[in-house]
Design a protein around this ligand. Structure first.
Ligand code: ADP
Length: 193
């Protein structure tokens, strides 16, 4: 059985996490932010060290351990009764993050919609990330050159995922609106899932 899923897609700092948290509070939606799964690892575990190494340079963590960790997370949440694959829709944020991951997950995910959150104001992304660095104690947001590297990785490695899923699944969302309006635009389609 494949997991019914919708993807929150867009550049770092565009507001995926904000929307994901709200959507995840709606019954029958289960929010999974891949970056949060990494950040919640025990600091002394080998994968946490790998995560700090890659994310601290703005790079993606290698695909194999990423997918393995994500699968464990989903399976654990199923076991403890937080996620019900038969009735719930996964709200994925930060995964799949490149075409290789999308291919690995081809037989695992039934992606019904991709919400492509777009901004006309790239500089506001940088400002948001710098604010977040202080608020959420995120090392990868603290340094301007790492932020720039993350934006490059997004352009070169993550954006091609849109093409993988194809135009029919992709909904353009204007992320320059208030969070409530962004949510309304997402829900217009997501509520039908
Ligand atoms: P942002 O949305 O601001 O880029 P995330 O919290 O989603 O932040 O991700 C932070 C870091 O975690 C990424 O830069 C990357 O190093 C790592 N990461 C998160 N998800 C993945 C993934 N699916 N594959 C590889 N690396 C990931």
């Amino acid at each position: 059985m494949k997991y019914r899923s919708i993807l929150l897609f867009g550049a770092p700092g565009v507001g995926k996490g904000t929307q994901g948290k709200i959507l995840g509070a709606i019954p029958h939606f289960f929010h999974c932010a891949c970056g949060d799964v990494f950040r919640n690892l025990r600091a002394d575990s080998p994968l946490a060290r790998t995560f700090i190494d890659y994310s601290g340079r703005g790079q993606l963590v290698p695909d194999k351990p990423t997918i393995q960790l994500w699968k464990h997370f989903i399976e654990n949440n199923t076991e403890i009764g937080r996620f019900h694959p038969k009735t719930d829709t996964l709200v994925l944020d930060g995964i799949p993050r490149n075409v290789a991951q999308a291919k690995i997950l081809r037989n695992t995910l039934d992606v019904t919609a991709v919400f492509y959150m777009r901004t006309k104001d790239e500089e506001s992304l940088v400002a948001r990330m710098q604010r977040r660095a202080i608020k959420e104690n995120r090392l990868d947001d603290a340094n301007l050159s790492v932020i720039r590297d993350r934006l490059h990785v997004y352009e070169n490695e993550t954006k091609p995922v849109l093409k993988f899923y194809g135009r029919k699944l992709v909904h353009n969302i204007n992320a320059d609106q208030s969070p409530a309006k962004v949510l309304a635009d997402i829900l217009r389609h997501a509520a039908k899932q």
